[in-house]
Design a protein. Structure first.
Length: 206
């Protein structure tokens, strides 16, 4: 019997995750059934359940994957000297993970999906752990970036790095919520707003 390649297995898993993400973003987590997912991806129940036991495992995998990707993007930016300023960095990452994340879906889809993930953490302990691990990882990466900002003279050292990290994460979360709810917020809006605030701080410090 022919052996299935890892490339084929990875592609099939990607197909299932993308299809489930489209369903959840379009109809909501609770209104989406596993049959809806099967229809979306065009696979049999056996093929899908080989990878995921149900909706909870699907949405946990989507969340974990998103956090890993976002954390990797920020970690890579920290290697640049000097690193991109927060307005540039947040804008680049949000464009990548919100506007191009779910193949075949509209540009609000991933933002809507993230809001549903946040809501599900209030009732799903496993998903809460996934989200907590992702959040703490993001705090660590941003705190490291803050230290690089300080070393390169881009930021003063009078505020704890973790507080700066939490504020930047909150900024991204607020943008995601606006995009999911209203859909009329381009990434450039966030970038320009951050740039304006950064400019105001520079003027007061001079």
């Amino acid at each position: 019997m022919a052996r299935v390649s890892q490339e084929h297995l990875d592609a099939r898993r990607r197909q299932i995750l993308d299809g489930a993400a489209r369903c959840f973003a379009r109809n909501g987590f609770h209104a989406t059934s596993m049959q809806d997912v099967l229809t979306e991806v065009g696979l049999s129940a056996g093929a899908v359940y080989r990878y995921f036991s149900g909706k909870e495992e699907l949405i946990a995998a989507i969340a974990a994957e998103a956090f890993a990707g976002i954390r990797g993007a920020f970690a890579e930016a920290a290697k640049t000297t000097p690193p991109p300023t927060p307005d540039i960095l947040l804008g680049a990452v949000l464009r990548l993970f919100l506007e191009e994340r779910i193949p075949g879906a509209d540009r609000q889809a991933f933002a809507r999906l993230i809001l549903q993930v946040w809501s599900e953490t209030l009732r799903d302990e496993r998903l809460f752990r996934t989200l907590s691990d992702g959040f703490n990882g993001m705090r660590e990466v941003w705190a490291e970036l803050v230290e690089v900002y300080r070393e390169t003279g881009l930021m003063t050292a009078d505020v704890p790095a973790d507080r700066v990290a939490r504020t930047l994460i909150a900024t991204a979360q607020g943008y995601i919520a606006q995009q999911a709810l209203f859909g009329d917020v381009d990434v450039e809006v966030l970038q320009d707003g951050l740039r304006g605030l950064m400019s105001m701080r520079s003027q007061s410090a001079s």
